[in-house]
Design a protein around this ligand. Sequence first.
Ligand SMILES: [Zn+2]
Ligand SMILES: [Zn+2]
Length: 369
Amino acid sequence: MSATRDLYELLGVPRDASQDEIRRAYRRLARELHPDVNGDPRAEARFKEITGAYEILSDPDKRARYDAYGRGGAEGSPFGDIQDIFDLFFGQGGLGGFGSVGARRRASRSVARRGEDIAVGARLSFREAVFGARREFEIERLLTCERCAGVGAEPGTAPIACRTCGGTGEVRSVRRSVFGALVTTTTCRTCEGSGTEIPDRCERCRGRGRVRVPSTVAVDIPAGVADGMELRVAGSGHAGVRGGGPGDLFVRIEVEPSIAFERRGQDLFAVLDISITRATLGGEVEVEGLDGPERIRIEPGTESGTVVRLKGRGVPNLNRPGRGDLFVTLHVVTPRDLSPQERELLTRLAELRGEGAGPGRGELRRPEY
Ligand SMILES: [Zn+2]
Ligand SMILES: [Zn+2]
């Protein structure tokens, strides 16, 4: 590489060439010398040279310094940047063969983008949330284009360095102020920082590297999920760009309330009405639990508000063994619709217990909580 050669000469443009002329000259030479089209190893060396020249002359600030001080003035070590540009050409998968491992890594680091996440909602019945469910989601996913393998270039063609930023992915502008020259660096808007441009865009994806594909994603929702939870299905979002990993699918869980149960964590709470005779005499009551019929034992003399605990009859723990409990609060119902016969029997009971029809006598005590 002849670092001493004049950069204008390398590109074959006059010293007062406009930015547009420089860009056009570089494009013409790059097309001719690009190692993909030109097998001559000397062409590859020339290609590096013209790319280096373009890198300096396409940047007004670097060009001004080059004009004033020569190549050393344009920047301390221009070759670092040239290598960057070179890497961008050959590090773009799909060209095959040219890039070194290091170059590939560098290029993919600068342009690879992880795919976007997708969010969907799943409405579950109370039972489905408790025991798990399977849902299929119809999603329009962005998947890697098979025609160009995600590169975005028509098969047989390759991306080139962005002509706006010369492959750096950044645009520098110099502003003079009272404090001196202020250099601002912004991401190149033409290539969005990737540093590459695609002259021949893939017919299928129009250069985007991804195509919209209607897909069905089946998700097994585990037992024990709760309202408001979000499940992450790793890798089921949109495909990444230029080697970036795929995004995730997020399933927001909505659970319909139950008529019978209130849920707190993995425990369930319910109320069971029992008659005064059942509460007084005791016995068994059959109820419909989550897993089918359950027998609840009522001890003789049960107070209203007594809580019966059915161990392991609650909601399964999420992603680990074990289940919560079911707590049933017994509520003694005082009858209001007594038949004359029932009234007579109860009055007889009151008499037997020494509770006459007249005013009774009671005693207050502190409540216990
Ligand atoms: Zn650019
Ligand atoms: Zn494509």
